[in-house]
Structures are given as C-alpha cells and as structure tokens.
Design a protein around this ligand. Structure first.
Ligand SMILES: [Zn+2]
Length: 132
C-alpha cells in the first residue's frame, strides 16, 4: 500500500486511502453526525458535511483511537480501556495519543500541514472545555 502513496495526490485520494486503512483495521467508515470510533460495533462514523481536508484529519485521528485500542487489547488482553475512558485524565491522554498517531499517518501519507496542527489544537481545546 505504501508504494502507491505520493505527496502530490489529491485530497479525495487521501481520504479514500484512509478509509481503506480503517476498513483494513476492521473499522469501516460510515456517514454519521460526527466523527467517532465505535469500539463495540467496530465502525467509524464520519461527518460528511465537513470539508474533505477536515475529514482527512478527523479520520486519521479516529484511526489513531482504533490503533491505540487494538494495541491495548493486544498488550493487556482485556477491555480495561473502556473503564478508564470515563475518567477525564484518560480522555485527554487518549486524545493526545490518537493525535500523535494521526500526525505519524499524515507524515507518511503526505498531508502533514499547518492546517492539520490547527485542527488538532482546536479539537484539543474543545475537549478541554467539555471535560474540565
Ligand atoms: Zn478523539
């Protein structure tokens, strides 16, 4: 898959690549009211009213959540994260981890940009407002 990626691809192609990436992880992307990963029904919802650029950033972030959860389950063999998720400190930790993953994906797929960082920071500010 990586060989097929180049930095001059159109945003729509990046979104397609990310959707395939999510599907390969076992989480198909379906339209929804907001962007969110569902760990029990194994899907990612995407707010398709967002512009393509923001959908790319948001999907990379949700893939980060999926990858993190998969790693936790593999490492601990349990769903401990689902209990911890209800605590605010975990939420912020999980969000930062998912954004770190999104940034790595962005660098690998060629959409790492100032706009990604701006979007990340505006999301982090909104989590802070809603959780603390
Ligand atoms: Zn998140």
């Amino acid at each position: 898959m990586r060989e097929a990626l180049s930095k001059d691809e159109k945003p729509g192609n990046k979104l397609k690549i990310l959707k395939k990436y999510a599907r390969d992880l076992g989480y198909p992307v379906v339209p929804g009211k907001n962007c969110r990963a569902f760990f029990y029904s194994k899907k990612i919802t995407m707010n398709t009213r967002l512009c393509v650029e923001k959908q790319i950033y948001a999907l990379a972030h949700e893939i980060g959540h999926v990858a993190t959860v998969k790693r936790c389950v593999k490492q601990f063999g349990t769903n401990l994260f689902s209990i911890a998720r209800s605590t605010p400190w975990y939420t912020l930790e999980a969000e930062l981890t998912a954004w770190n993953y999104a940034e790595k994906l962005a660098k690998r797929l060629g959409f790492y940009s100032v706009n990604l960082l701006k979007y990340k920071h505006s999301c982090l500010r909104s989590y802070y407002r809603s959780n603390y």
